[in-house]
Ligand binder design. Structure first.
Ligand code: FAD
Length: 392
């Protein structure tokens, strides 16, 4: 089998590696440089804590099992000279700071426990033991030991290096411009300005640009950019030990509201900087770093960790999450156009979900039994149908 993947972000990279290891001939075509899209413009949280019971949580739990395994494989495969992907299962602490926020947070955790998530309510003294610098103004907190993090750019680069070693080919600086169709309406390849490539399957893994790319191929997917901004402090001695976020974050993830939403997600990196996320806005591909948004992020982070008010901000950055209106990644064959596949729409969880997405695609393409039911992620699912255009 011969597969083309459009896009060399973490989704394309992980998929290329899984397919190449399964003996499939893989060519990844990237319009810019590898790992240069959204996967280099976000954070590296691998979370189960922000997902309510349901299909995305099942995918995240599957991914959570895969990360330590793949991490060890990458270390073996690439050797000590390759930089660490900084995988760390440091755990997440979700904190409510209002009386109104406490009940919903504890209810949400109870429902997650019923779905197999380790979600342990902790009292104030236990929370302060976990995070000594946390605001004493907390009203409830839940600890999620399964939450982890990676350095997303290095993780993407490592998956690409490993995919290459397994035989995958990566072509950079060549935008895919169109698809090649046969007389029966099957997609049988792609065109760039320099070449035509043929394949048994073409997988769109173009992150927030997947809407545009799938439209060029003739079967548009409703993927839109959802802007996110992050503040980065100067390096400091480690004073934040876990991923810590306020309970509002959960509501912001699942919301369809296009207006600005912020909630605080605070974590330290191995290098000693603290990342302060994150905002969500639907403002197209507007790359402006808006001071009002950054101010809101800072204000909420100081609410969780008052000492941050004295720290220095070193920089800020932002990216575009690949948003789909029914809030589930789109993974599998497009029923409208034989030959067209998707691996897109992971919104704010694409780093975490990448490995599980890749394994599902490999199983779907090879006919192996997938570890979880892929049907909820199918491009043909009922919840996506109202947003799909028919193909002539
Ligand atoms: C502020 C912020 C914080 C985030 N935090 C987290 C987090 O903590 N945890 C988490 O799991 N996720 C997080 N995310 C989301 C995560 O970054 C994305 O879900 C993920 O990176 C998507 O990966 P991708 O490979 O689909 O897309 P990308 O990394 O964008 O890769 C797509 C690639 O397709 C290429 N492409 C586009 N058009 C074409 C074309 N015509 N031809 C060829 N190539 C093309 C692009 O150049 C790009 O390199 C965050 C996102 C943001 C913005």
């Amino acid at each position: 089998m011969n597969v083309i993947i459009i896009g060399a972000g973490i989704i394309g990279a992980a998929t290329a590696r899984s397919l190449a290891l399964a003996g499939i001939t893989v060519t990844v075509v990237e319009r810019g440089r590898n790992a240069g899209g959204t996967s280099s413009a976000g954070e590296g949280n691998l979370l189960v804590s922000d997902k309510g019971p349901g299909d995305e949580l099942r995918l995240a739990q599957y991914a959570s099992r895969l990360w330590p395994v793949v991490c060890a494989e990458l270390a073996d495969d690439l050797g000590r000279a390759f930089p660490s992907i900084e995988f760390e299962r440091k755990g997440g602490l979700v904190v409510a700071t209002t009386e109104d926020g406490a009940g919903p947070l504890l209810d949400f955790a109870a429902r997650q426990r019923a779905a197999g998530v380790v979600a342990t309510p902790v009292d104030r003294s236990q929370a302060l033991e976990l995070e000594p610098e946390l605001t004493p103004a907390m009203t409830a907190a839940v600890f999620y030991p399964e939450d982890a993090q990676v350095q997303p750019v290095i993780a993407t680069e490592a998956l690409i290096a490993s995919a290459r070693r397994a035989g995958a080919t990566f072509i950079e600086s060549e935008p895919v411009l169109a698809g090649i169709m046969d007389a029966l309406g099957n997609l049988v390849g792609i065109r760039t300005a320099r070449r035509e490539l043929r394949a048994d399957a073409v997988i769109v893994a173009a992150g927030p640009w997947s809407g545009e790319v799938s439209r060029h191929l003739g079967a548009r997917l409703p993927v839109k950019p959802r802007r996110g901004m992050v503040l980065v402090t100067a390096r400091m001695p480690h004073r934040i030990r876990h991923k810590v976020y306020d309970g509002d974050y959960v509501g912001a993830v699942g919301s369809n509201d296009a207006a600005l939403q912020t909630s605080s997600v605070v974590e330290s990196t191995a290098a000693g900087t603290v990342l302060i996320g994150s905002s969500r806005q639907q403002i197209g591909f507007d790359p402006t770093l808006q001071v009002a948004v950054l101010r809101e992020l800072a204000r909420k982070a100081i609410g969780l960790f008052p000492f941050l008010g004295e720290m220095t901000v070193m920089r800020s950055y932002g990216g575009f999450r690949p948003f789909v209106p029914d809030h589930l990644p789109v993974i599998g064959a497009d029923p409208r156009m034989p030959g067209l596949w998707h691996a897109a729409g992971h919104e704010g969880a694409g780093i975490g979900l990448s490995l599980a997405t890749a394994e599902l695609l490999r199983d779907l393409l090879t006919g192996a039994a997938p570890a979880i039911d892929p049907a909820p992620f199918s491009p043909g699912r009922a919840s996506l149908a109202p947003y799909l255009e028919s193909v002539a």
